[in-house]
Each structure stands twice: as C-alpha cells, then as structure tokens.
Design a protein around this ligand. Structure first.
Ligand SMILES: [Zn+2]
Length: 210
C-alpha cells in the first residue's frame, strides 16, 4: 500500500492481539491503520460521547492552556480564529475569544455549522483531530485554503514513539477511532506538498504551520 500523504512505499505490520494491520510509510513516517479498521460516523460518535470533557474542570482548561501557551507567542494575536473539530465543547474557542480572537468553531458531529468555509482565518487550531482522519492531507489542504495570506495552522496530535516496540505499547493507538499517527517529518512533508512551512514543533504533540 502507498502512503496517502507522500505516495511512498509502506511496510505493513500486524498487532496480534486485536489483529490490527498498520501501514508504516518508509519515507514520511506516517503510520495508518488498514482501511477496514476505520469507523463510520455513528460508531465514532458513540466513542466520542464517552469523552467527559467538562468545561468547568480546571484540568481540561489547563490542558488547552498548555496548547495556547505554545502556539500564541508564535502567531499574531487578534483577528479571526477557527477551532476545527472542536467536539462537543466550546472551551478552546472561548479561550481563543478571551485571547482576543473572533472565533468560530466547527465539528462534523457536534457543531456541523459549515459557515466557516466562506471565511478566511488568521489562526486555525485543531486539537486531537488529525489522528481520526482517513485523509489528513486533504483536510490540511482544506484548512490551508481557509487561511488568510499571513495565517497560521496549529495542530495537536501525539507524535509517534521512536520504535516499533514502543508503538505497540503506546496507549494512543488503542483508541479505536485513532487511525493515523504522525511524526514531525510527516508534517514537514505535508507542508511541502501544500506550500506551508513548519514554524514550530515541540517534539511531543504540537505543530504550527504557516
Ligand atoms: Zn509518507
């Protein structure tokens, strides 16, 4: 199977216990589950409904604050922002509003307001979304096309561990709705394909592109 991001060859490996086949790109490092393990929207929603994201929980707010503390010093503050794939919560969007942005949010399941497609954004954030996508390059292109000429995209998704053994022990891949996993290099490759450059990447789970 070819890598859906950079079209390079991949190598397949199987997790024996749940018998999940993964494909690992030999070039950009992207690892994705075989398409038969992808879920349709109702199955995904059932899983997402289990996420207890209470906006009054100080831990949940602190979690988004760590994301914004990394991202906001890199981007011009003010202007228009989009939280793409916000889930059921408006917490990150409201924190962006507090930080000085006029903020929209979109989620295909919980907030399917597609008015954002006719807007341009100075900042698009998307946290814990890209690991759910079966075609991340197309989604990133879609987001790029919603940017102002000086706009930024800031993403959060856990970067892959270094070894196959560590991957197989990794909690993050066990969520059945997580189907694609990235290295910083995967984002650099996607950026190159889309005319975006990586302006920040902290090696754990955050990347900023412009
Ligand atoms: Zn690739």
């Amino acid at each position: 199977m070819k890598c859906p991001i950079c079209t390079s060859d991949t190598t397949a490996f199987v997790d024996q216990k749940p018998r999940i086949t993964y494909h690992s790109c030999l070039s950009c490092g992207y690892i994705f589950k075989s398409p038969e393990h992808h879920h349709d929207f109702p199955a995904q929603k059932a899983r997402y409904d289990l996420h207890e994201n209470d906006p009054d929980d100080p831990g949940y707010r602190a979690y988004f604050q760590r994301f914004l503390d990394y991202v906001l010093p890199m981007v011009p503050v003010g202007g228009r922002a989009l939280d793409f794939g916000c889930g059921a919560s408006d917490l990150l969007a409201s924190m962006l509003t507090e930080a000085g942005y006029t903020t929209d949010r979109y989620d295909p399941i919980y907030h399917p307001d597609s008015a954002y497609v006719s807007q341009s954004y100075d900042l698009i954030v998307s946290t814990e979304v890209f690991e759910h996508l079966d075609d991340p390059l197309t989604t990133l292109r879609h987001l790029r096309d919603r940017l102002t000429p000086t706009g930024y995209i800031a993403l959060q998704t856990q970067f892959l561990p270094d070894t196959r053994e560590a991957f197989l022990d990794w909690y993050y891949r066990l969520d059945p709705t997580h189907i694609g996993f990235f290295t910083p290099r995967t984002f650099a490759v996607m950026g190159k394909l889309l005319g975006l450059r990586v302006v920040g990447e902290e090696g754990v789970n955050k990347v900023v592109m412009a």
